[in-house]
Ligand binder design. Structure first.
Ligand code: GLY
Length: 656
């Protein structure tokens, strides 16, 4: 039987939400790739909106509500599973080294002067001059909690598919229709994305990994009493004592993507800061070291609730507060799905906030006003078409997968020296199709920041490409993300993908077998596939047979500017193809662009020759003219080549 709800994610947000939904009578499946990798396991389990200085506002309200749910929530879990979650209302002490840190105290925080703090907590470093006491902050043993949630979910009948990887989300007619997993396609009525730092791999939300390194010590056996009975939360360090004699020390905060492992400098800084705060730790045995990835968002707030699809809900991006926010997230998300009504608090965590702020540094999600409220801007290709290529006959349209374009020049966004130069060049090129590397947008690579607002996607058709993919499998996954990216830009019906499967970085030559495999899969999934290939006529034919929308043979290696090195083979491809032939890569000068078009190519894709020209916009215009000239020349039919001269002015009828 298909599930009512399918939750993607291996952390405690996924498990807790599954339990809440199950209790409400839903049939729930959780798909978890690797629950040990989740930030859940890495965390310290601090429930500390006060010590973490969460400012008043919606986030603080959310955190406080969640913290207040903890005692009863964990106690019920413990009753159900018999697992001690280690919930401990221990309070937090924030010692400071400098008097500037002394602020106003309120009902939640109390200033302790030098004498009081050293009396209250023996063993603090001598540099500590005072500190804050936050009695309401608490902690939980996050790993024990995770075990309890897993046990509870299983005993309640939640189906948990472990070691199952979701490769893509299937969408049709504005609905999620299933998820493609390593165990096949799975479907449900409703889907929840709780994929933390990995969210971006499945859906283009601005959630990025922020690495944290941690370690644990053990209180030596000769100490009968625990030396710490509260959390010490210092500058860039926290020390979390557990009842079971472990002491958790965290955490670094590193913007290094998914770079694994502990590093000497990470561990050194943790130890240095910890020993400064509580010197006796220097002699405690080290038990374990680990690292994890916080799911960070640009405003450091989670993304909760609605998505652009009515049957998909977001529960991700909890950044530094995932453990704290678990009960409230589970509650609000379960309520919103089962009661079809959303708690007012959720509005503040709506994904659409990333479209509203024009100054935000988020790559894809700023200012595409078309995306929120579900308004889809209709493609305005025709408007642009009338502005460019005025000499092209109206009937001479480039047709790709049922879509018409007058411009036969496609460009890209890479390698430009500035966004402005790219914008001007795209404009001067008169192109209607711009290819965008999905992976570079994902990683916010230079030239790929703010792409949502850099170009007018109401006028330019986006051609997502799979650059950077070495295998067919990777390319298929990235193509799916590309389709989501296009949708988020308002191109709801854009199913185009420029397929690149390139295993080596030196020659950047496409893998014909991988390309064919990926093309077959993507065509099956409803993509209009534009495969980038070596100029191999047989491969071109095979790709056409599997249903590709074009073929894109290379003129010479990418970015080489060597001109048309593969002319003879391109000529054969042109002769045989029934789909448009787009000459891609290697063109260095307008003469070569014109030449390819004169040969009968249907279109060109030119990026480096424009972006790397001394004056890129001027070269873009030259390429525009060359593509148009070449096309007109091809249609006009060139004169035959003769062996001997033939006078321009015929002699017949002249007077001798
Ligand atoms: N909440 C602690 C951390 O993110 O390191």
């Amino acid at each position: 039987m298909a599930s009512d709800i399918l939750i993607i994610g291996g952390g405690i947000i996924a498990l807790a939400t599954a339990i809440e939904l199950k209790i409400r009578g839903c049939n729930v499946t959780v798909i978890s790739r690797d629950n040990k990798a989740a930030a859940t396991t890495a965390a310290a389990g601090m429930l500390a909106p006060d010590a973490e200085k969460i400012l008043p506002g919606a986030m603080r309200d959310l955190c406080l509500r969640s913290r207040s749910l903890y005692p009863e929530w964990t106690s019920k879990l413990e009753q159900l599973t018999g697992i001690n979650t280690g919930y401990w209302a221990c309070g937090f002490l924030t010692p400071v080294y400098d008097v500037k840190d002394k602020n106003e105290q309120d009902n939640h925080s109390y200033w302790l002067d030098f004498q009081t703090i050293h009396q209250y907590q023996q063993g603090l470093g001598e540099e500590v001059i005072g500190g804050w006491w936050y009695p309401e902050d608490a902690q939980v043993d996050n790993r024990a909690l995770s075990r309890a949630l897993l046990t509870a979910a299983q005993s309640l009948g939640v189906e948990i598919k472990e070691n199952c990887r979701v490769n893509g989300i299937l969408i049709s007619a504005g609905q999620i229709t299933g998820v493609q997993t390593s165990a096949g396609v799975m479907s449900a009525e409703h889907y929840i994305l709780a994929t933390g730092a990995w969210t971006n791999e499945l859906f283009p939300l601005p959630v990025y990994p922020r690495k944290g390194q941690m370690l644990s010590l053990r209180v030596p056996d000769f100490l009968t009493e625990l030396p710490l009975n509260r959390v010490l939360y210092g500058e860039e360090i926290y020390i979390v004592p557990r009842h079971d004699r472990r002491i958790i020390i965290g955490a670094t905060s590193e913007d290094v993507g998914f770079t694994p492992y502990n590093t000497p400098s990470g561990i050194q800084s943790l130890l240095q800061n910890a020993i400064r705060l509580f010197p006796q730790l220097k002699d405690y045995p080290i038990e374990e070291m680990w690292w994890g990835y916080r799911p960070a968002t640009p405003d450091e707030l989670p993304i909760l609730g609605e998505s652009p699809y009515s049957n998909l809900t977001f529960a991700t991006g909890h950044y530094r507060n995932g453990i704290l926010l678990t009960p409230i997230t589970a509650l609000l998300i379960a309520d919103s799905i089962t009661q079809h009504s959303s708690d007012a608090l959720l509005e503040h965590f709506h994904y659409s906030r990333f479209q509203k702020n024009e100054k935000s540094s988020t790559p894809m999600f700023t200012h595409s006003a078309n995306f929120s409220n579900g308004n889809i801007v209709k493609s305005n290709i025709e408007t642009r078409l009338s502005l460019s290529n005025s000499s092209v006959a109206p009937s001479d349209l480039l047709q790709i997968a049922g879509k018409s374009f007058t411009s036969r020049l496609m460009t890209g966004t890479g390698k430009y020296r500035s966004i402005e130069e790219m914008q001007k060049s795209v404009e001067m090129s008169g192109c209607q199709i711009v290819t965008v590397a999905v992976r570079r947008v994902q990683t916010n690579a230079p030239g790929h920041e703010g792409l949502a607002e850099a170009l007018d996607w109401g006028k330019i058709w986006m051609l997502p490409n799979t650059a950077g993919c070495k295998t067919a499998e990777e390319a298929v996954r990235v193509a799916r993300l590309g389709r989501e990216m296009a949708k988020l830009l308002g191109q709801e019906d854009n199913n185009f993908v420029k397929l690149e499967v390139i295993p080596d970085a030196k020659y950047l030559l496409p893998d014909p077998i991988g390309t064919l495999q990926a093309a077959e899969q993507l065509v099956k999934e409803g993509f209009a596939v534009l495969p980038y290939i070596n100029a191999d006529p047989i491969l071109a034919q095979r790709l056409e047979e599997v249903g590709c929308a074009t073929v894109m043979p290379l003129a010479a290696p990418i970015g080489s500017g060597q001109g048309i090195q593969t002319a003879a083979n391109i000529q054969i491809i042109i002769e045989n193809a029934k789909v448009p032939v787009v000459v891609d890569a290697g063109i260095g000068a307008p003469s070569e662009a014109a030449k390819a078009m004169e040969m009968g190519a249907d279109a060109l894709l030119i990026n480096s020759a424009i972006a790397l020209a001394r004056n890129a916009p001027a070269m873009a215009q030259a390429m525009n003219l060359a593509a148009t000239a070449g096309r007109l020349a091809y249609l006009a039919g060139r004169m035959p080549i003769k062996d001997y001269a033939s006078a321009s002015s015929p002699l017949t009828g002249t007077i001798n």
